[in-house]
Design a protein around this ligand. Structure first.
Ligand SMILES: [Zn+2]
Length: 789
């Protein structure tokens, strides 16, 4: 689904009136041509036999332990699959996978793993004959993952239907799949969320809140952002799947099953929209285009209307596409949602009139057969998802030889390097931020990038780097992964029409780790002409922030909205990881007041002012409906008057500035996207290092900018500017995209405002962005201790 913040932008441009004649009458869809019923083996347990219902039945969801029991029963009854427990989730649930193939292939599984590993690193081939043998004998490796976004509940059930079909069907198509493909099926990338959503759904079914999202993030720390962790690897689920499947099996195809909004296409499949991140091998883009289109074609042939390709989703960020940098294609599917497991009715004229790249009410080359509207149910979702996954497997089996050959080509091109790429990056061993250095190198290492050290000093552009410096040579299988994370991004200037408003990216536009982590990494254009060590392990690190522990330390309250904020979860993750003690504070606690007796500092994570104030709608039962409200605002104002420190992050700064009537002006208030725009970029930040808030920071740092405010002080006796953007507009952007940086040039990005006996700290950026912006963690940590001085 669309990330909420991006959704706002997307909605903002989708309300334009439809061009005349855009809406045509819905045409009758021809009756679906059904597949012949599969010939099945009767001893294989059906999903119904364990779940107690047919997957897709209205208002029926299964909890995770029941689903696990089904997969265990299936694997013990079928010689076509094996059950694996990969590890445990954040909250301790088993994280599982099935490996599915012909019984014969499963008996030779170790050999097939070795063959595929040889293709993944072609430096081991001594002769052309060796690689030809592997290409002849190898199997296409496919990874299908589901359920990372737990409110997309079709994804809870589709893997059970797919696994049952593959276990029981004796038809030729299935046998061809099993003979040619080794499938790794991860039925949920977020088992905790299956339980959270199912529990909430079952509790609210039949009430006004039926079909609503749960009042907590469905991944304990990251909520919906759990799908933006495929290069930072902060979360245990990402780590386990990368370590145990991606890096061992090197899938040529990864299919990730999702759901989108209710009123667009019935199913999205690739090709993706531009822009494609430029380090993705063009052959992988071709593979994505061919496979997604083949799937759409197959489903259309089965009579499924409403399938769109080349729409909505781009392929810029590596945060969702580990395999695009590891020789594989990522096939995203996004089925239309219902209300969790409750059906919906959408008349044709309630479908959206505009979406990125197509009109859901109008036939076009990439949306050939519009859905006529009507009832949409969980069964429809499961059916589209299952048949799409099956079509993917059929294509993988049919073109096994091409998938393997192209996989080898991509890895060979990585080993040879691309014209125009730097030869290497040199990363000095002595860095200001040792945790940042260890984290950055740890990310590259987990991404299977070889890190070496210089055996002699290196001089680049007149600067000498000591022997022992880390060196990442961009001539290795996964060089693209290293390059995209080490270099600045130059997001293209895309507009809705020439000189018009910006065309919003699907996600953020920057991912330059040296900037985010405060690490120096220097590109070397040419061969270094010095000896390098064998690949080394990255240095170990144990993040910890000692300044706030103990009885004398600050008493920290972290506001937790029931209208779940991903940034709240990320803040909790950073605090838990760095051993910062805190208490989560909900609406009732804030509204009750007397906050200064309980806390010295209260943090409002990044969240829209309206969500903070009003929270969830009245359909929700107590205590979830309503936000901070007038009482909460009053209590926060009193807390500051009484000497407390209120810390507001990014969008929450707008809330704090408005509600506490602070003497600052947001220069971006009311500014349209075509007058200023930066949808997730890294800016340069200049700091007043004499201020306690910037203690230990360099004078020049970064700010993760993502739709936040920028300030002017209206009362210099009360407002201290701690950080500002450069006065030279050309110097604002370090990585990503910005339109009209002159709007914020010289403006304040971080201020401390005195009020009563206390103070308010306003961050106009995200200092702990998705657990990545380690360079600016000290600003957040320092803000916790201001009252203690
Ligand atoms: Zn999703």
């Amino acid at each position: 689904m669309l990330r909420p913040q991006v959704l706002l932008f997307a909605l903002a441009i989708t309300v334009a009136p439809a061009p005349p004649g855009a809406a045509q009458q819905p045409r009758r869809t021809p009756p679906a041509r059904r597949r012949p019923p599969p010939v099945t083996a009767h001893r294989i347990p059906t999903p119904r036999s364990i779940l107690g219902f047919e997957p897709g039945d209205d208002r029926k969801l299964a909890d995770w332990p029941t689903l696990v029991r089904y997969y265990q029963a299936l694997a013990s009854a079928s010689d076509r699959m094996r059950y694996h427990e990969l590890g445990h989730s954040t909250l301790g649930a088993p994280l599982i996978a099935l490996v599915i193939s012909s019984p014969q292939n499963l008996r030779g599984l170790d050999r097939y793993r070795e063959l595929n590993a040889k293709l993944a690193d072609p430096r081991g081939f001594k002769t052309a004959r060796e690689s030809e043998d592997v290409l002849r004998d190898g199997k296409a490796v496919v990874l299908i993952t589901s359920g990372i976004h737990s409110t997309e509940v079709g994804g809870h059930l589709t893997p059970a239907v797919l696994a049952y079909r593959l276990a029981s069907d004796t038809g030729l198509a299935t046998r061809t799949i099993l003979d040619n493909v080794i499938l790794w099926l991860v039925p949920s990338l977020n088992p905790d969320g299956v339980s959270i959503v199912t529990r909430w759904y079952n509790r609210t079914v039949g009430t006004a809140a039926e079909g609503t999202d749960p009042p907590e993030p469905y991944h304990h720390y990251t909520g919906h952002d759990n799908n933006r962790d495929w290069y930072a690897f902060t979360q245990i689920e990402t780590q386990v799947v990368v370590d145990s499947i991606h890096n061992v099996w090197h899938p040529q195809i990864v299919h990730d099953i999702h759901q989108q909004d209710t009123d667009g296409s019935r199913l999205f499949l690739p090709p993706y929209l531009d822009p494609i991140e430029p380090n993705v091998d063009p052959l992988l883009v071709d593979g994505v285009n061919a496979l997604g289109t083949a799937m759409a074609w197959a489903l259309a042939g089965q009579g499924k209307p409403g399938i769109v390709i080349n729409a909505v989703y781009d392929a810029w960020t590596p945060a969702r596409a580990y395999q695009h940098y590891h020789g594989g294609v990522r096939i995203l599917s996004e089925a239309a949602s219902a209300n969790l497991a409750s059906p919906i009715d959408i008349p044709f004229d309630h479908l959206a009139t505009r979406a990125r790249g197509f009109n859901p009410r109008e036939r076009s080359w990439n949306f050939t057969n519009p859905w006529p509207g009507g009832r949409w149910t969980l069964r429809d979702i499961v059916s589209y998802q299952t048949d799409a996954a099956y079509a993917l497997l059929e294509s993988a089996a049919r073109y096994r030889d091409i998938w393997l050959a192209n996989f080898l080509t991509v890895e060979e091109r990585g080993v040879h390097g691309w014209r125009g790429w730097p030869y290497a990056y040199v990363i000095p061993r002595q860095q200001r931020d040792t945790v940042g250095l260890a984290t950055l190198l740890g990310i590259l290492h987990r991404g299977q990038v070889e890190i070496r050290t210089a055996l002699h000093p290196v001089t680049l552009a007149g600067q000498r780097y000591a022997a022992g410096s880390y060196v990442v040579v961009l001539r290795q299988p996964y060089a693209a992964f290293a390059k995209t994370l080490l270099e600045p991004q130059h997001y293209p200037d895309l507009r809705l029409y020439p000189a018009g408003p910006p065309l919003p990216p699907y996600d953020v536009t920057a991912h330059t780790l040296p900037l985010l982590m405060g690490v120096t990494a220097v590109p070397a254009r040419d061969s270094l002409r010095i000896g390098l060590s064998a690949p080394v392990e990255p240095p170990a690190t144990t993040p910890a922030y000692s300044g706030v522990a103990g009885p004398e330390g600050p008493r920290i309250g972290l506001y937790r909205s029931y209208d779940a904020s991903m940034d709240e979860g990320w803040t909790r993750w950073v605090f838990d990881t760095w051993h910062v003690p805190y208490v989560s504070v909900v609406d009732s606690v804030v509204r009750a007041g007397k906050l200064a007796a309980q806390f010295t500092v209260i943090i409002l994570p990044d969240q829209a002012p309206d969500e903070l104030l009003n929270g969830l709608p009245h359909e929700y039962p107590a205590p979830y409906a309503g936000g901070l409200g007038a009482d909460g605002v009053k209590a926060l104002r009193q807390f500051v008057q009484d000497g407390g420190t209120l810390v507001a992050l990014n969008d929450a700064s707008r809330f704090a500035a408005e509600q506490l009537l602070l003497p600052v002006r947001n220069v971006l208030a009311g500014v349209a996207d075509d007058e200023f725009y930066a949808p997730g970029s890294i800016f340069r930040l200049e700091l007043d290092t004499a201020a306690p808030l910037a203690r230990g920071m360099p004078a020049q740092s970064v700010a993760w900018y993502e739709g936040g405010p920028a300030f002017e002080a209206l009362d210099s006796s009360a407002v201290r500017v701690i950080g500002r953007y450069p006065t030279d507009a050309d110097k604002v952007l370090l990585s990503g995209w910005v339109l009209h940086p002159e709007r914020i040039a010289g403006k304040a990005a971080l201020v401390e405002v005195k009020q009563g006996s206390g103070r308010v700290v306003l961050f106009g950026f995200r200092p702990q962005y998705r657990g990545q912006s380690i360079a600016t963690y000290p600003l957040l940590f320092n803000s916790l201790q201001l009252t203690a001085q």
